[in-house]
Design a protein. Sequence first.
Length: 551
Amino acid sequence: MGIVSKAELQQALEVQSRTSAFVGQILVDLGFVDAAVIGPLLAVDFQVRYVDLRETRPDPEAVRLVPEELVRSVQAIPLRASGQTLHVAMVDPLDVSAIDRLHMATNLRIIPHLSMSAELLRALNDHFDATFRTTAALQELEHEPTAVDREKISRAELAAASEAPVVRLVDSIIEGALASRASDIHFEPQEKHLRVRYRIDGTLLDQAEIPRSQMPAMLARLKVLCLMDITENRRPQDGRMRYDNHGRPFDVRVSSVPTVFGEKLVLRILDKTSVLVPLSKLGFLPDQHKRFESLIRSPYGMVIVVGPTGSGKSTTLYSALNLLNDHTRNIMTLEDPVEYNVAGLNQVQVNHRIGLTFASGLRTFVRQDPDVILVGEIRDSETAEMAVQASLTGHLMLSTLHTNSAIGSIARLMNLGLDPFLISQSLAGVVSQRLVAAVCQKCKYDYHPPVELLEALHICPQQAAEIRFKKGRGCRQCHGRGYHGRFGVFEVLAMDEELRRLIMRRASEEELQAVAEREGMTTLAACALAAVRSGATSPEEMGRVVHTKGG
């Protein structure tokens, strides 16, 4: 029907071969088609009705007929009961086993309807709220042994108790984070309690306060799950685990650090589908997209993505690799750690204990006949020198750097000891990026920002008069925040002869910036303002994420 292209379908099929998910849902996740468009078409194929759970609210009385564990395991939610019939929305309406289990649990005739996976999961989380489960688990803990009694029990035995309330509490917190699309979970010891916070769309939000008496058990449980040493609480540790959320696998990376009130743990949630985002869906402006794709299709040269921690650098690089990942190229990556496993890539994990560093790994890589090399981060002068040499000897080199702007990365490379001539000859381009929260499309409305905010963002009255500013009221879909999801804002610096000459004579950042803008580079602030103009984000979010200069 022409809704998706052959290339988009092929990419979805490649994802399906790695994840075993449904092609229709993958097309929606990749942003190629809206659920409301493809859902009815799939329903015709299944010979059932389609239900859009963003528009249809399940009857709470019907939902209560089936236990939460069952509806989550079969990926279905009751819609309404009528006499001896129960209408149910399902991800797979042809799953006879699931229909039989629902029939046995309710003794009702099951009428299946089709729903897309993301909408069904959101409806389940609305009805079986994670916050409620966390509260219930905390109430159970009130009847558990006190801190004095707990000293008689080894922490290993306590953490291994599979049915203990603390286990259900940990699961409810993690599942709540997944339901809220959180990127990180913070467990922060305070003087009188353990504070739990989620980072959602770049902002930390309080989730729960755990009694301090239960803190050792909570942290022990988390450390056992992540294969960390539960007897060591004086030195920082790293760990990881794989968490299965009702059939959808997530990788979780964990870091601990001792604080004055106890160990602080941060769980970074890695969603494997996030690295399968096409370049066209990242947030590049049309000209930026064209420039960046031209950079990564170069046969050689160094392309660096810069920005603070958590700004989406890995997603951008993996999107680039997915575009280049075919049978004609040898693509090798050197990462610390390998966060996402992608078929077709030769991925190597840094291991400092055996001497496998970024620099030593790069030396080996250039003898492996690579076409494309990705180095997780340029951290020191040795790695920087090896990256430059690799790019000068006919390889496309991709990496990241911690600087605040595209132009600032040039000074950073010089600070690492690189000769300006080598930088000018090896560097093909730099991408600087930030992530901004998107205004919720369900509850957005027009409004007039305060004059002080517009002045701080250097949006003049004439510009403001031409913009329909958008903001979110807060609804079920965005959990009352007014924002739902994030996208990137970028500046793409493509090297040309004038910039190379300026680098060789060590020109100032201001001079380089002026030439880059004159040559057509759109700044981060201009890219963010374009997003505000289109209604994709709000001026408040632009001010939070992007520093704007006067002028």
